[in-house]
Design a protein around this ligand. Sequence first.
Ligand SMILES: N[C@@H](CCC(=O)N[C@@H](CS)C(=O)NCC(=O)O)C(=O)O
Length: 232
Amino acid sequence: MLTLYSYPTLFGVADNNGYGLKVFAFLKLASVPFRHEHIFDASKAPRSQLPYIVDGDDTVGDSETILAYVAQKYQLTIDAALTPAQRTKNLLITRMLDDLYWVMSYSRWQDERYWHTFRNALLREHPALTEESLAKARAFNSQRYYYQGIGRYDPDAAIARGLKDLQALAALIPPRGYLHGEKPTSIDAGIYGFIANIYFYDINTPLKQFVSAHDNIVRHCRGIHDAVKKTG
Ligand SMILES: N[C@@H](CCC(=O)N[C@@H](CS)C(=O)NCC(=O)O)C(=O)O
């Protein structure tokens, strides 16, 4: 059986990282059976990043590559009806979520206003973690942010960037149904991966305030959350 390796749960979401939660939700929505292994150490992953999957002899990393691999191997029809224009829109949204990822990560690990709440939640929910190991991860992330660029923004400017991303999303999510119609497709799993990691967190960032104030985003997030829970 396929195994998904991804980061652990937090605040009731199945992975505290948007990319892993996206793959989790995709597998659930597409009814692909899998085992879920939650890990913190990414060193065994392709490119040393989570998530990755192991399926028989194949090891596949990168959430988009995983979705394409699984769709092909299991002949999934979840995205079969999408038009070329819809597929292009998916690519643009996916790239925008890559941008939002950095702001979300920065707000958790670097922004002094939210770091302590995030750290305390990790320590509370995952007793194997220590203050020392988290301080090490924080220092590592600080370097990542600096070299990516977001680390050179002051906290308000970083958040403002994330809010722009969320504004774009708010304009695209319909009041009912999902991005491309009545049923969710892979892009809805992608959106859920990141939004659930804002909305369900008990950390009152401006990102969360924005999401909570937009009924279409909240409804979308809750819709996928319920759907992936139901599939067991
Ligand atoms: N393009 C990748 C991005 C995955 C990613 O950014 N993973 C981060 C999440 S924090 C990671 O594992 N970082 C650990 C590291 O870079 O050492 C995907 O779509 O899966």
